[in-house]
Design a protein around this ligand. Structure first.
Ligand code: OGA
Ligand code: MN
Length: 315
């Protein structure tokens, strides 16, 4: 009989999973149970797993292609598949303040192949705080009224990496489009796919999109859809970004010299689920918004074009 035990730890999402040892290779039957558990609970916490970075990478690889983090600064020099989420200077690079996931987001939603599973291992923790919040996006989709769900089903969102300088954004991370409520490839259920990188809905301006986006963004994180993870040392937590949003809470002392919060991270790439904006629309999104902000308003159709003379306009 299987030794795997799955115990729900949150109302909205999340389970603790025991009876598995992530420092040892996992047989296929056990892996199948873990896979089933993540699909049913969206987040799993494996307590007391003092893994090495290689073991973490090995386990992550069971779920798909692990991101080599080529665009991430604080990656492990010995294992580029593991990045460091740290509140302390790392590998000679000074701590630059809190940057990782402080707003509600979905990992790498600004890529055509975003992250499916994120895995974190807690290596050092402050005595209090440094929690992570998660919000169940199946629930946020399912609780919309039927007419709104039908509307959402027909929309796509434009995602753009917000943090980098504009020029770099356009080159390295061009805007991408994802359905607003994609069907999860494994559970076949729809979930809202939102987060801080969403700029607008496809075909609509940012101004037109804003009110509905604001509504959805507040709705998506209703407290009853949320689970707050209070970390213990050597917790190994993984979650499914295709149905959860998350954010790192700044509820700990982040001043230099304070207790460190240090986690290792592996990201598994999802299948391509988005499209490059430029390929769909035929123009670059960043250039389009720049142009639009200075564009003249077209005359109403009742004014015949011939009536507007250049001479009149110039005088
Ligand atoms: C991330 C992230 C959460 C945390 O690195 O993508 O969201 O609690 N981290 O550190
Ligand atoms: Mn994140």
């Amino acid at each position: 009989m299987s030794k795997v035990k799955v115990r729900r730890i949150g109302y909205a999402l999340g389970a603790e999973i025991t009876g598995v040892d992530l420092t040892k290779p996992m047989d296929d039957a056990t892996f199948a149970e873990v896979k089933q558990a993540i699909l049913e609970n969206q987040l799993l916490c494996f307590p007391r797993q003092n893994v090495t970075r290689e073991q973490m990478f090995e386990f992550a690889s069971r779920f798909g292609v692990v991101d080599d983090n080529s665009s991430v600064k604080h990656r492990d020099p010995e294992n580029p598949y593991v990045t460091m989420l740290s509140s302390k200077p790392f590998a000679g690079k000074p701590w630059e303040g809190f940057k990782n996931g402080e707003n509600w987001h979905t990992d790498r939603s600004f890529k055509v192949a975003p992250t499916s599973y994120t895995l974190l291992s807690a290596r050092e923790l402050p005595d209090v705080g440094g929690n992570t919040l998660f919000a169940n996006q199946y629930m946020s989709y399912d609780t919309l009224t039927p007419p709104l769900r039908a509307f959402v089903d027909g929309l796509s969102a434009i995602h753009l990496q917000q943090r980098k300088a504009a020029a770099m954004m356009a080159e390295q991370f061009p805007a991408v489009i994802h359905p607003l409520a994609p069907i999860h490839p494994e559970t076949k259920k729809r979930a809202l796919f939102l987060g801080e990188h969403v700029r607008a809905f496809l075909g609509m301006t940012e101004e037109e999109s804003r009110p509905f986006l604001d509504f959805l963004s507040v709705h998506a994180i209703r407290p009853e859809f949320c689970y707050r993870h209070v970390w213990s040392l050597h917790d190994f937590v993984m979650w499914d970004n295709r149905c959860l949003m998350h954010m790192a809470v700044k509820d700990y002392d982040m001043r230099p010299g304070a207790q460190a919060r240090h986690l290792w991270k592996c990201s598994v790439q999802a299948a391509v689920s988005g499209k490059l904006y430029e390929e769909v629309v035929g123009r670059r999104y960043d250039l389009e918004i720049a142009e639009r902000s200075g564009a003249a308003v077209a005359p109403p159709p009742s004014i015949h074009a011939a009536a507007i003379r250049p001479a009149t306009l110039n005088s």
